[in-house]
Write a protein that binds this ligand. Structure first.
Ligand code: FRU
Length: 436
């Protein structure tokens, strides 16, 4: 009898222990999953052919026709891709009352389409964020890397130094211009007096990232008629983790460019959708590299945040804006860089997710955020989101009484409202207006 009772007790204890153990195991497994999710830096979201459909011009995404009486911000220059000096947290920097912007420029007497071959980064300053004074190149031309310099970003650090990240395209002194692209950094001091803004004391320009051929295509690997990309570095500090990153425009590396079914769409879509041959040569992505030191001179390439294989060859000038605890990922792209069979316009495209390496959802269904009016589809380009609530860009190829003209100056700024996975243009402001 006694034996039976003690056997019963042992059984009870054992089952209690088992229950406790299984609870513990579930907690442990869940914890592992949560931490794995939040540090998963391998995840690449896909912008599929199924998503990149049905682009429509609406009052929420379409800019009005530009006023043809716009003024040139610099009489003798073509001005295009523009970005403001920001603080480490991405907000606009104001240096003793002055706002500062950087832009790609070329002499206005160079043929419009040749401007990319002679591009330099110039800087401008303004007290009202509207009337910009051109100061000249942002570095000594002989110190810059590349045969020309393409877009980037600029961050004012806590020591008052500007950290300028840019694209070195080609090699200095090359006889024939190549399209090789490397990411470069220089830092410099910035000071002001009653007469304006001055920069000085540049550090040696240093290559900080090159395409690895694995995640990111090299010049040698690239196929198709549109140039490959490894350009447009954008500094971003993740407010959730404090980690620092560079985003950039890339293409899918490696020799296997076969599209995955996810690049096309779900099963139902794939049943009827025909992918035209050559679509695999359109393999743009939004690249990312994590900073490995405080000086921001060492970065490690990570798998892309987003890929558009079979969808688009160029996801240009990517940015992240952190708003309402959401990560808004933006990029600009052209009609001609969409893969065969897709019909997106020149525009600003955006995605939203709950963390940096997250499942990004296209804004407004197909990702289109801003585009030009139907009767002048190339009138502006290179939209850049400032502080999450306004957008600057430049006047590109527009029409005056049916005649094609080139702008090469700041376009009217737009106010934008981002709410969840929707966006809307709410107002048009003055040309080149930069607001916080
Ligand atoms: C976008 C862009 C950038 C590049 C620059 C070159 O307008 O293609 O990606 O840095 O122009 O001019």
């Amino acid at each position: 009898m006694q034996k039976r009772q003690s056997f019963k007790k042992t059984c009870k204890r054992l089952s209690l222990l088992m229950i406790l153990l299984s609870i513990l195991l579930t907690i442990l497994l869940n914890f592992q999953q949560i931490t794995a999710e939040s540090i998963n830096t391998d995840y690449t979201e896909i912008w599929s052919r199924e998503q990149a459909q049905s682009f429509q011009l609406t009052k929420e995404n379409t800019i009005p026709n530009i006023d043809l009486n716009f003024k040139l911000a610099a009489r003798d220059l073509w001005i295009w891709d523009t970005w403001p000096l920001t603080k480490r947290d991405g907000s606009l920097a104001v240096v003793n009352g002055y706002k500062v912007i950087f832009a790609l420029t070329a002499p206005r007497n160079v043929d419009w389409n040749k401007r990319h071959d002679v591009a330099v980064i110039s800087y401008f300053y303004s007290q009202d964020g509207e009337n910009w004074i051109y100061k000249g190149p942002a570095y000594n031309l002989e110190d810059a890397l590349g045969s020309r310099q393409w877009a980037g970003s600029a961050m004012l650090d806590e020591d008052g130094k500007v950290q300028l990240f840019y694209t070195a395209t080609g090699r200095k002194g090359e006889a024939v211009k190549t399209f090789e692209q490397r990411l470069v950094k220089t830092t410099f001091n910035i000071s002001t007096d009653n007469n304006g803004v001055y920069i000085s004391n540049w550090s040696k320009h240093q290559v900080i990232l090159e395409a690895d051929g694995i995640y990111y295509e090299t010049m040698e690997q690239s196929k198709g008629s549109i140039i490959y990309s490894f350009r447009d570095p954008y500094f971003f500090r993740d407010p959730m983790t404090g980690k620092e990153y560079l985003l950039f425009e890339g293409n899918k590396g490696g020799n296997d460019q076969k599209l995955k079914s996810e690049n096309i769409g779900d099963e139902l879509f794939r049943k009827t959708h025909v992918v035209p041959p050559g679509s695999e040569n359109f393999n743009g992505n939004i690249g990312i590299a994590v900073a490995e030191n405080k000086d921001l001179t060492k970065f490690k390439l990570l798998p892309p945040l987003l890929e558009a294989a079979g969808v688009n060859q160029q996801l240009e000038r990517p940015q992240i804006v952190f708003k309402g605890n959401q990560y808004y990922l933006f990029t600009i792209s052209h009609r001609f860089t969409f893969a065969p069979g897709l019909n997106g316009p020149d525009g600003l495209y955006g995605f939203v997710g709950g963390s940096l390496h997250s499942k990004y959802k296209p804004l407004n269904g197909n990702a289109l955020v801003v585009t030009n009016p139907d009767n002048d589809p190339y009138q502006t380009y290179s939209w850049y989101v400032v502080s999450g609530n306004s957008i600057i860009s430049f006047i590109n190829e527009y029409h005056d009484n049916g005649e094609l003209r080139y702008g090469g100056t700041f376009a009217p700024t737009l106010r934008i409202n981002l709410k969840g996975d929707k966006s809307e243009i709410t107002e048009e402001l003055k040309e080149g207006k930069v607001i916080s």
